[in-house]
Design a protein around this ligand. Structure first.
Ligand code: ADP
Length: 273
């Protein structure tokens, strides 16, 4: 762990604006990421609060997605990427050699920038994960999981009569909600979202933002967004990154109204982007 880094337990505002202490779900200490010789992320230490939305903001190329991908070890899939430092999920080291990465990715789901449903039916998109993870004891169970997941993703009413049609036939916003249903279906604890609305129109974006607000009751959510407005709308905590460093992390309201660091101030007031 980096010397001199002091991290306080996250205090998260609830929907009514009052402060509530939330348990730490993910703790990172001294995380560095290299792509070959390029040192992309420097010494990131942060506590991520449980059952709340944390937004990662900052200019393009500052390391937001790189850090997000550390949390479910997606950087393992990039041959030149090297991660060091410590990341714990509920106190368990996720880079432990004995850890099953497939299980980790079931606990820490991911939703990508561009909706990426499988070239399968709507039903199969959601059923696939629970089936391979053995979450359903019977076909009836599986039907129930699919329905519940689609309901939680706010998509059930729109698709219940066409579950056997291809997921790729849905609108962009519906496809993204299908991808959220697919992520939810394996009962993750954490959902990572990498600019989930950047390919969507404003109405579909608003629908996803409402959904994120509902989902935080049951899941720990981290969202990378290039939109400060979106961060302010959906998150309770915000982390500002700049040039591969985590500059500061705090209650969203504090970051946007009273940031401690001049770089955050300059960014939120539009001095650089
Ligand atoms: P952000 O999400 O904030 O836009 P990224 O995490 O995508 O930033 O990128 C951080 C830095 O790491 C950038 O300089 C980017 O070019 C570099 N980078 C990201 N992914 C790769 C990769 N797969 N290979 C090499 N360099 C990468």
């Amino acid at each position: 762990m980096a010397q001199g880094v002091k991290i306080s337990a996250p205090v998260v505002s609830n929907a009514h604006g009052s402060a509530t202490s939330k348990r730490c779900k993910i703790q990172t200490r001294g995380v560095n990421v290299y792509y070959g010789d390029k040192h992309a992320l420097h010494d990131v230490s942060v506590d991520i609060a449980e059952k709340s939305v944390t937004a990662f903001i900052g200019p393009s190329g500052c390391g937001k997605s790189t850090f997000l991908r550390c949390i479910n070890r997606m950087n393992d899939t990039i041959p030149i990427a090297r991660v060091d430092g410590k990341i714990e999920l509920d106190g368990q080291d996720i880079y432990d050699r004995g850890l099953d990465v497939v299980q980790l990715r079931a606990r820490v789901g991911m939703v990508f920038q561009k909706p990426n449903p499988f070239a399968k039916t709507i039903f199969e998109n959601v059923a696939y994960g629970p089936r391979i993870h053995g979450l359903a004891r019977s076909g009836t169970d599986l039907n129930g999981i699919v329905e519940t997941s689609l309901r939680k993703a706010g998509l059930w009413e729109e698709v219940k009569d066409r579950l056997n049609q291809p997921g790729t036939g849905l609108s962009g916003g519906q496809q993204q909600r299908l991808c959220i249903a697919r992520a939810i279906a394996v009962e993750p604890e954490v959902i990572l979202m990498d600019e989930p609305c950047s390919a969507l129109d404003p109405i579909a974006t608003a629908r996803i933002e409402e959904l994120i607000d509902e989902l935080r009751e049951n899941f720990t959510i981290i969202i990378v967004t290039h939109s400060m407005q979106q961060a302010a709308r959906v998150s309770q905590r915000t982390a500002f990154f700049h040039l591969g460093k985590l500059v500061e992390e705090g209650a969203t309201e504090q970051i946007f109204t009273n940031p401690h660091d001049k770089r955050t101030q300059d960014y939120i007031t539009g001095r650089f982007g």
